[in-house]
Design a protein around this ligand. Structure first.
Ligand code: AMP
Ligand code: MG
Length: 426
């Protein structure tokens, strides 16, 4: 890898890490909470610790279909034991008579006195009768027994406040008997697209598109990314390219939302209505971030009518890949913090793994670059051939990003930092 210094004489771009820290410093966690059905709590953030009121499993139970025994009764293989009782899952047996065994099924509680299970495959019914069995193998104490409390102990904090729930987390909560969970309210996000060239799919067929017109693609992934992040989205569509309409939309959205998210119109020198409108209704900081794709990024606030209250504003670049990548790298951590996920529990940028590049990048960029790549069967990374910020195909083809430092070329075989989309989309 070869590093070169950026050209002199240009205003320095803001490093991505600084932009992330600055952005996160401007957001406080929402304080509202609500109770939702455990079924509906995927991706929601817990507003309180989940403390177990029981132990899981509640009792010692069998992890096999077989026979519960006292190991003292089976000191050598070939022992014959009478089957003195039958215990299916959901039943409670009586104490195990010494010198006998209990027919037992997976999940059934161990009878008092038994200290191991012999799996069915290690037994033979005597004379084809189910009332006595040959025990073929000498059991170890505790064999095939799931211990009471081995999953969750009584009083344990199973999931902590600030934890973002996953399907497995919902199962764990349910195993404690919780049908409902107290979670942080959803961030209310108003979504706008800007750009007079944009047409909604379905409104005009491809063959009838006017020269210069393109379909609005950002709206589709942004709305869905917001929903994945647990947001309640008000999709305000394409804001007409007029000052009055833009001001009205921003002003009314600010009242009922925590964040207004837009795409397009934040490049330098762009003639558009979002920037001056946000400035008129609050404040706007345009950041030139040292990242590719995604250099232009805007953060600001829009005042609400109630004194001292503001709504967050984030303006993403219009180029689809830039919009997608800046959402993942900047808006995602912003939304996590807004929902009260503690900083210690998420890294703004998920941990990268080092993999060999199975491609070359002969021309270094002065910006830190996020290349669309895909893991290959040989354990390396392939590069999507067209890395243009307008080529959305690259983000669908790719399964992650290479985080390539500014001014760095890549030779075939070089170790590079790979961040999986599955970590960024979780
Ligand atoms: P802008 O950031 O507004 O200068 O837009 C940069 C590029 O992204 C232009 O080519 C726009 O046509 C394109 N673009 C802007 N918004 C969208 C959108 N919602 N969907 C698809 N392309 C867009
Ligand atoms: Mg535009």
């Amino acid at each position: 890898m070869k590093a070169s210094s950026p050209p002199a004489g240009r205003a320095p771009l803001m490093p991505l890490g600084d932009a992330m820290a600055d952005l996160l410093g401007r957001v406080d966690a929402l304080t509202g909470t609500e109770t939702v059905a455990t079924f509906d709590a995927d991706r929601r953030v817990l507003a309180q610790d989940l403390v177990s009121a029981l132990q899981v499993p509640p009792k010692d139970n069998s992890s096999m279909d077989g026979y519960a025994v006292r190991t003292a009764d089976v000191l050598e293989p070939g022992q014959v034991l009478r089957v003195s009782q039958r215990i299916a899952a959901g039943q409670a047996g009586g104490p195990l008579e010494p010198g006998t065994c209990a027919r037992i099924f997976t999940g059934a509680p161990m009878p008092a006195g038994a200290d191991a299970v012999v799996m069915q495959e290690d037994t033979i019914e005597v004379g084809g009768d189910i009332h006595a069995v040959h025990i073929q193998a000498v059991p170890q104490r505790g064999q095939w027994v799931r211990r009471a409390g081995e999953d969750v102990t009584h009083g344990a904090v199973v999931l902590a406040r600030g934890e973002r729930l996953s399907p497995a987390g919902l199962g764990l909560a349910a195993s404690l008997g919780l049908a409902e969970l107290r979670v942080v309210v959803r961030p209310r996000v108003a979504l706008f697209s800007t750009g007079d060239e944009l047409v909604m799919p379905g409104e005009v067929p491809p063959e009838a598109m006017k020269p210069g017109a393109i379909y609005n693609s950002n709206r589709f992934f942004l709305r869905n990314l917001l929903q994945r992040m647990g947001c309640e989205v008000t999709d305000l569509g394409i804001v007409p390219d007029q000052r009055e309409a833009t001001l009205a939309a921003l002003q009314s959205a600010a009242e009922q939302h925590d964040l207004i998210l837009t795409s397009g119109g934040v490049s330098v020198g762009e003639e558009d209505h979002i920037k001056p409108s946000v400035q008129q209704l609050g404040r706007l900081d345009i950041w030139q971030i040292g990242m590719k794709p995604g250099k232009p990024f805007a953060y600001g606030t829009v005042r609400r009518s109630a004194a001292g209250q503001n709504c967050h504003f984030i303006g993403l670049p219009g180029n689809p890949v830039s919009s997608f990548v800046t959402f993942l790298l900047l808006v995602r951590p912003f939304l996590l913090k807004l929902q009260g996920v503690p900083a210690a529990r998420f890294q703004p940028l998920p941990a990268a793994i080092t993999l060999p590049a199975h491609f070359t990048l002969p021309r270094a960029d002065k910006r830190r670059e996020f290349l669309r790549v895909r893991r290959n069967a040989a354990g390396g990374l392939d590069l999507f051939p067209n890395q243009s910020s307008g080529v959305l195909t690259s983000t669908v083809w790719a399964d992650g990003l290479v985080d390539n430092p500014a001014g760095t070329t890549i030779a075939h075989g070089d170790p590079v930092s790979y961040i999986s989309f599955s970590d960024l989309l979780a």
